[in-house]
Design a protein around this ligand. Sequence first.
Ligand SMILES: [Ca+2]
Length: 216
Amino acid sequence: MLRRLPYASAPLVALLSICANSPQRAHAAATQVGVEYFGPGSVLVTFDTQPNGASIPNGTLLGSLYSQWGLTFGPTNWASDWAGIPTSLPNTATSGGPPGGPIDCYFPDGVFAVGAYGFDFVLRVFDKNGTLLGNIGHTDGTIGIYGGSQELGFLGIASADPICHAQFGLYYDQQTAFGFEIDDLRIVPGGVTPVQQETWGHLKTLYRSGATTQDK
Ligand SMILES: [Ca+2]
């Protein structure tokens, strides 16, 4: 079982490989971003509480639970209190579909950025036409959950073209025995354009320098 890790030890060693594994070309406007990017005006989905503040029981299908925040989930995605990653407790999001996911997030109105914590996972984002905008991954380098503090990672993508679908999936097809989950999903909604975020440039600088919120 993956050990719970101090939040401050979380690495940001996500491997940028935008569209490297796809026959489609990634849109040039899609950029990998760190958790620092999601500042004022962004949305945080903990999977622990609903928008009205009510707690979410283990096993609850996520479906349209957060629809008032502009997102819905795939039909097999649910909240699980088997929390293997050291994020907000008690719940993470996981999938009851094919082993290991995926976890699908749909944004009917489009969003400008999306990201979440996980381990050995990938993030792909698509526009309203299903065109791939970006494809990134994070792994400690090995299948399984024995990488200690190297396991936890944050994957985020910002795109000037609105993102209508974000899909989180396995980094390794063979890792299904170790479970699959994401937590603390962050979104920059369509009403908040990147240029309206006061910290946009500052956060990009922070991310590129390797600094994190824990470093401040
Ligand atoms: Ca949580």
